[in-house]
Design a protein around this ligand. Structure first.
Ligand SMILES: C[S@@+](CC[C@H](N)C(=O)[O-])C[C@H]1O[C@@H](n2cnc3c(N)ncnc32)[C@H](O)[C@@H]1O
Length: 249
């Protein structure tokens, strides 16, 4: 068999990954498929993680507040691209998972995730649970994208402390939050969040934000070394991705 031709560049590879990561959602209904297409295309966080090499190879991934499991589908698509020898040289390192657990509060999202993704070779596991009460499995990468503001400040600290204990000594947390210090962007994020929550048929809960500085100090206090990556380019939001690494002996 002829070796597969590598994608010419990262833009082309991203196009292929987008297509592949959306495909499984066709069997979870039109809504799930359209949501995957729009979110993966418009939210800069997904491609950004590949551009920067934020996702370590062969990671044991825990995705908290995973929604319909877009990260799992993307990681499966990455694994397929690598197996075909088409990972582009322009990305710092291949991203992949050897295990994936998603924790999600909303049964409807969990049902969509299972319908779309349970059969994939990665065999992602989806647990319908409240992150504040759930036991977290041992892992080396935790992803929490736009979730922590749904619980109060004490609960945020308690979840982050559980995350630290679940992570391996050199584990990584990718935490996206809104920067409450950027009042306008944060207000827009909150407004969009409420509309989306309602559209998905959920009750709109109150939310608890923090300024970026406070998030950073909180994580440093738990023993993480923290880098912040702005996520608002091309959007009206005040989102920031915190790359938080443990370095325990
Ligand atoms: C804005 S969505 C983000 C979904 C996903 N992380 C993504 O980026 O596509 C926030 C998700 O967190 C979930 N969530 C909120 N509170 C939660 C809790 N206490 N435990 C688990 N999941 C929760 C919501 O149901 C929702 O699916």
């Amino acid at each position: 068999m002829k070796p597969a031709v590598p994608p010419a560049n990262t833009a082309q590879a991203w196009q292929q990954l987008h297509e592949a990561a959306c495909q499984p959602y066709r069997q979870a209904g039109r809504w799930a498929w359209h949501w995957a297409r729009g979110k993966l295309a418009r939210d800069p966080v997904f491609r950004g993680m590949l551009d920067r090499g934020d996702l370590p190879p062969k990671a044991h991934v825990l995705d908290i507040g995973c929604g319909q499991g877009l990260v799992a589908s993307l990681l499966q698509a990455c694994a397929t691209l690598q197996a075909q020898g088409r990972w582009p040289a322009g990305w710092p390192r291949p991203s992949s998972a050897s295990a994936y657990t998603g924790i999600e509060l909303m049964p409807r999202d969990v049902a969509r995730a299972i319908a779309a993704l349970a059969h994939l070779p990665l065999q992602p596991r989806f647990v319908c649970a409240d992150m504040c009460r759930a036991e977290l499995p041992a892992c080396d990468l935790v992803v929490i994208l736009d979730v922590l503001h749904y619980v109060d400040h004490a609960a945020q600290l308690s979840v982050l402390d559980k995350v630290r204990r679940a992570l391996s000594p050199h584990g990584r947390l990718l935490l996206r939050v809104g920067d409450a210090a950027s009042q306008r962007g944060f207000a827009v994020s909150q407004w969009v969040d409420r509309v989306v929550t309602l559209t998905r048929g959920h009750r709109v809960p109150p939310t608890w934000g923090r300024p970026l500085h406070e998030w950073t100090v909180l994580l440093q206090g738990l023993g993480f070394a923290v880098r912040s990556i702005p996520q608002s380019q091309g959007t009206p939001f005040a989102n920031v991705l915190l790359v938080a690494d443990l370095a325990r002996p």
